[in-house]
Ligand binder design. Structure first.
Ligand SMILES: [Ca+2]
Ligand SMILES: [Ca+2]
Length: 619
């Protein structure tokens, strides 16, 4: 019932050729079987590959203690090009009894290689500076696929009748056009918090790394260039929806639909859920009141509007900045909206959490000063008004470190966004003491994670809470921003370990992005109607990632549909399942993917600047 088995054998030119191919396949399969039966140690790598100037570390893991002293880096012709000690044993981690960090950073010659230590061999990988080229753009495929309203992937429209205002200062179920934006994940709910954060990351990626992005799609998401980088097209798609979700000062909407959406697998253009307005006939849109909301058994713990208002303000301000020359009229509108949104946040401090209904799961965001800090910082950049600078600095002191960092656990999206972009935005516009203080806040957060990470071979210090991959992306971005602000490379290995984790250097040896890299061990059975029902690829989608085993066991309605290919690598610590039934570890998310766009763009930029002779060298 899953995807078709991809087992077509290439037809040979003649019968002999077919026999040879068959024998080779049988031999290869039997070798793999023997290897699988005997394997107790593995070498985990970043399957994207490594850059010449970057940190290059693989992780050797073993189910038992091993008597191996050295590892070898071997080129595609079988020649050993580097031999080094495997270093210290980091000891038990997850399913493994022993872990070693195999550091081959010193080797810088481009080519294809594999690593060998005792009986363990890594897959082939590349060392070259082009491993990131086009990867940020690849993730935009998933963003386009998530579009609500006109969906360019399906070449059809969905959710065009949204929405009916609830909790608003108008008669219940008054209609307002809020169609557009992105579906949040594999469900079709839409949230301002995640969408505004995604929009910010997309636009910031363009602002900071404009040369990284291509132009192969039109504004509506269909193929064909329109003279606008595709990341800007996508950011504008987000802005257009956010403008609808904030139609006038003091009017803000927090989400469209609720968990009544969780009604089985279906494509978005076949969504027939009835929210009380008729089947498939528009969905509720939640007016932000600053009070707890929830129509059914469960309610959120909302205390104000500032967490969402701050996000509106920062996305609008950055949009106004990006469009100041491209589209001055739009820029002026966004500027006006940003200022009004920020003022609304000042007037009603507190958090506007998303609203649950039937189930107890919602985005339990508990911080808002981070959002107002970023809003104020972005407005300072846009207007030059020093009042915003003063206020942003004041907010920055109220939450210096994003609280999940160093903690073992947190509620779902409790500290969101998962890194505070505001510290960076502010630091780049301040000098001396303020700048040093802001960079210091980042450093404190990194040190808290490092205190945990340094104890295991994967340098894993991010907790295995739901959406751990999103936290991992965010934390890698924070490490990157800190390094960029200070030039301090102390945490470069930790930063790279987080990145490598996402692309296969983890206990499961699994890449966490659909279809990337090509030929890598990437998710085949994501929790998604698009892939489950129609075998549609989810190119560029970042899945949730591993969770604590205790979390997995406690969730409702989760269960595997197939045999667990990764059973050997599950443990009491954490699980990951490439299985459509596991919505906790294998469901893609829109906001995590948008953050990854920023990180991949930064990595591509880094790969270029690491070598001063490169043509596109820039700071
Ligand atoms: Ca374009
Ligand atoms: Ca927040």
């Amino acid at each position: 019932m899953f995807k078709n088995c991809d087992c077509n054998i290439m037809p040979g030119r003649n019968f002999q050729m077919k026999i040879i191919v068959l024998i080779m396949l049988v031999l290869s399969a039997s070798m793999q079987l023997r290897a699988a039966a005997a394997a107790t140690s593995w070498i985990r790598i970043n399957q994207l590959g490594y850059t010449r100037g970057g940190v290059k570390v693989a992780v050797l893991v073993s189910k038992q203690q091993i008597d191996v002293k050295d590892f070898e880096l071997i080129n595609a012709k079988g020649k050993v090009v580097l031999k080094k000690s495997i270093g210290v044993n980091f000891g038990k981690y997850g399913p493994f009894a022993a872990c070693y960090r195999l550091n081959f950073s010193a080797y810088r010659i481009p080519g294809s290689y594999y690593l060998k230590a005792g009986n363990a061999e890594s897959p082939l990988f590349k060392i070259t500076d082009t491993i990131y080229t086009g990867k940020a753009d690849f993730c935009l495929r998933y963003m386009r696929q998530q579009r609500s309203g006109y969906n360019p992937f399906l070449k059809d429209s969905c959710h065009t009748k949204d929405g009916y205002i609830i909790y608003g200062p108008v008669p219940e179920s008054t209609h307002i056009d809020v169609s557009g934006g992105w579906h949040d994940a594999s469900d079709y709910l839409q949230y301002t918090a995640t969408s505004a954060n995604a929009t910010y990351h997309l636009l910031a990626a363009y602002r900071d790394f404009p040369h990284v992005f291509g132009d192969n799609y039109q504004a509506n998401g269909l193929g064909g260039s329109n003279g606008v980088p595709d990341v800007v097209d996508e950011g504008r798609w987000g802005l257009a929806w956010l403008l609808k979700m904030n139609p006038k000062p003091g009017w803000m909407f927090n989400q469209i639909a609720d968990d009544r959406d969780h009604a089985g697998m279906r494509l978005p253009n076949k969504d027939s859920v009835d929210y009380g307005y008729g089947k498939g006939n528009g969905r509720p849109v939640y007016f932000i009141t600053g009070q707890p909301q929830g129509l059914g058994k469960y309610k959120n713990r909302a205390t104000g509007v500032a967490s969402t208002a701050g996000k509106f303000a920062s996305a609008f301000a950055l949009g106004a900045y990006i469009y100041r020359d491209r589209n001055p009229e739009l820029s002026r509108l966004l500027r006006k909206k940003s200022i009004a949104a920020y003022q609304f946040g000042l007037a009603k401090p507190g958090v506007a959490q998303t609203a649950p209904n039937k189930a107890p799961y919602f985005y339990e965001e508990d911080n808002w000063t981070d959002d107002m800090e970023l809003g104020a910082a972005a407005l300072y950049e846009l207007t030059g008004n020093r009042d915003y600078l003063t206020q942003a600095l004041r907010f920055s002191k109220q939450e210096k470190v994003t609280p999940w960092m160093g903690a073992d656990t947190a509620r779902h999206y409790q500290w969101y966004p998962f890194h505070n972009f505001g510290h960076y935005e502010l630091a780049t516009r301040t000098r001396h003491l303020d700048r040093a203080a802001l960079a210091g806040y980042y450093k404190q957060g990194i040190q808290r994670v490092w205190a945990k990470a340094r104890r295991n071979g994967f340098y894993r210090g991010v907790p295995f809470i739901w959406c751990s991959n999103n936290l991992t992306v965010s934390f890698a971005i924070q490490c990157y921003l800190y390094r960029k602000l200070t030039g301090d490379r102390t945490f470069e290995q930790l930063e790279q370990a987080c990145f490598d984790w996402l692309f296969g250097c983890n206990p499961w040896g699994k890449c966490m992005v659909y279809g990337m890299p090509q030929g890598g061990d990437t998710p085949l059975y994501p929790h998604s109607s698009l892939s489950f029902l129609n075998n549609f690829p989810l190119d560029g989608a970042l899945v949730d990632g591993p969770v604590y085993t205790s979390i997995f066991r406690s969730l409702r309605g989760v269960g595997l549909h197939g045999a667990d290919k990764y059973a050997d690598f599950q443990s009491d610590l954490a699980v990951y399942h490439d299985d459509v039934g596991d919505y906790s570890t294998n469901e893609p998310t829109m906001d995590g993917t948008a953050s990854l766009v920023y990180l991949l763009a930064a990595k591509q930029n880094d790969a270029v600047i690491a070598h001063p002779g490169n043509r596109h060298n820039r700071k």
